[in-house]
Design a protein around this ligand. Structure first.
Ligand SMILES: Cc1cc2nc3c(=O)[nH]c(=O)nc-3n(C[C@H](O)[C@H](O)[C@H](O)COP(=O)(O)O)c2cc1C
Ligand SMILES: *[C@@H]1O[C@H](CO)[C@@H](O)[C@H](O)[C@H]1NC(C)=O
Ligand SMILES: *[C@@H]1O[C@H](CO)[C@@H](O)[C@H](O)[C@H]1NC(C)=O
Ligand SMILES: *[C@@H]1O[C@H](CO)[C@@H](O)[C@H](O)[C@H]1NC(C)=O
Ligand SMILES: *[C@@H]1O[C@H](CO)[C@@H](O)[C@H](O)[C@H]1NC(C)=O
Length: 385
């Protein structure tokens, strides 16, 4: 009996269709724009998944595919999106939630922002709009959130900084080390400091190239290739090159979170690169849960950021509830950039609106106080009996 139940479960799983955007009527209402390959008006966009749909209809297939692709069978890509709905909430009622919006603002490494979410570093902003990353930095400035430009931007990365709304707008610069020598890296870090970045985000989840079947099919391969040999010892040498905090991005286990703390990281970034590097790597929600269960002190010892598959306000709340300090969003901003700055700003506005109402309905009056008791973490994964 046991075997046959498992057998039928696995058959059901294999047959289960994956909805890149859950069916909330996008196709039914906006299908006409797909037929003529135009962008629906921005006011008809209701949620972050709508931007994915709109970009897929509108952009050239290879442009869209570079953003959309994940590694290999895209199991991590899909898991990043689906993992959030496997955990049910434990909403509390008759809680005074007036003023919850005044608790949105937060500090990241001491800098003030209007909300605990930010734009994750994504290469090739020019795939959706000729102004590329300039729209992202302007939208982030208007919404007063953090933006982390990618080193592999379509516009030269240095040109993003003068597009800030003031020198007070804070950016954290993501890097890959194309030339990993200390001398070349020293020069790069000096240039990043001179440009005005307030932290350096070192991507550590990509020592190999991403195996990307979908992208290869469309000739839209990855922006970073080649093997790297970085170690924690090298991290120390790199940190000694700059006064800016060096944030390791791509932490995927509690062991590495501990090592990052031991190596003095002022912030760490849980990520599986949007499921683009190592297929079946865990979502950052699962990593945050592992840290919460095995070494919850880490959330106090360093600032913990996390990204991957965040599409709704409630996804942000689930990550915050475990102790994550700020949540990154990648693809939705890239897709929204097809609309330019207004699209970027709309992502921020939608997330703030959803965060406000989800917090209210969850019975959370203060975002700083949303704790793990608001989620049923013990509930087993419904897809696997
Ligand atoms: C098109 C694209 C390009 C990316 N480029 C980079 C990059 O240059 N450096 C990096 O550290 N991460 C990169 N990432 C990963 C993102 O920083 C982020 O971890 C991921 O997009 C989060 O998942 P989400 O897209 O589901 O929100 C990229 C992701 C995408 C979708
Ligand atoms: C494309 O289709 C939409 C929805 O049917 C319509 O409103 C719009 O005017 C059309 N645009 C063009 C250029 O045909
Ligand atoms: C951040 O905001 C607080 C409270 O509004 C203020 O006291 C502080 O000076 C601000 N810090 C920066 C770096 O702007
Ligand atoms: C598609 O991507 C290329 C390369 O980034 C860019 O030159 C082109 O403008 C993009 N197309 C659209 C419609 O944004
Ligand atoms: C690195 O820079 C130092 C100091 O500027 C110099 O002495 C050394 O020769 C450089 N090494 C290489 C391999 O370029």
């Amino acid at each position: 009996m046991r075997t046959s139940a498992l057998f039928f479960a696995s058959v059901a799983l294999a047959a289960r269709p994956f909805d890149n955007e859950p069916d909330t009527g996008i196709e039914a209402v906006l299908g006409g724009f797909a037929a003529n390959k135009t962008l629906p008006p921005l006011r008809s966009i209701q949620g972050l998944p709508d931007f994915d749909w709109a970009a897929r209809q509108y952009l050239p297939a290879s442009n869209y595919t570079y953003y959309r692709n994940g590694a290999a069978g895209e199991w991590s890509y899909r898991n990043n999106l689906e993992v959030f709905q496997r955990f049910r909430l434990r909403p509390r009622v008759l809680v005074d939630i007036t003023g919850v919006e005044s608790t949105f603002s937060t500090t990241l490494l001491g800098y003030n922002f209007s909300a605990p979410f930010f734009i994750s570093p994504c290469a090739r902003g020019g795939n959706a709009h000729p102004d590329a990353e300039w729209n992202l930095v302007k939208g982030a400035g208007q919404g007063n959130i953090l933006y982390m430009p990618s080193l592999y931007s379509s516009k030269p990365w240095q040109s993003i900084y003068p597009q800030r709304n003031s020198t007070g707008q804070v950016l954290f610069q993501q890097v890959y080390l194309d030339d990993p020598s200390i001398n070349a890296t020293r020069t790069l870090f000096q240039n990043i400091e001179a440009a005005g970045a307030k932290a350096i985000v070192l991507t550590v989840d990509s020592p190999g190239d991403g195996v990307r079947h979908r992208a290869a099919r469309y000739g839209a391969g990855s922006a970073n290739t080649g093997l790297s040999y970085f170690t924690w010892e090298y991290y120390q040498e790199l940190q000694a090159l700059t006064k800016l905090p060096l944030i390791p991005k791509g932490i995927q286990t509690v062991e590495d979170a501990r090592l990052a703390v031991e190596n003095g990281a002022k912030a760490i970034f849980l990520s599986n690169h949007g499921g683009r590097q190592l297929d079946t790597s865990p979502s950052s929600l699962e990593v945050a849960l592992e840290i919460y269960q095995e070494a919850p002190e880490i959330f106090k010892q360093t600032e913990v950021y996390a990204d991957g598959g965040v599409r709704y306000g409630i996804d942000v709340l689930k990550l915050l509830s475990l102790g994550v300090r700020a949540v990154g969003v990648g693809r939705p901003f890239m897709y929204a950039n097809a609309y330019g700055v207004d699209g970027v700003k709309k992502v921020i506005d939608i997330l703030k609106y959803e965060l406000l109402n989800d917090a209210a309905n969850l019975g959370v009056g203060d975002l700083k106080k949303v704790g793990p008791e608001f989620v049923n973490w013990k509930q087993t994964n419904q897809w696997f009996p």
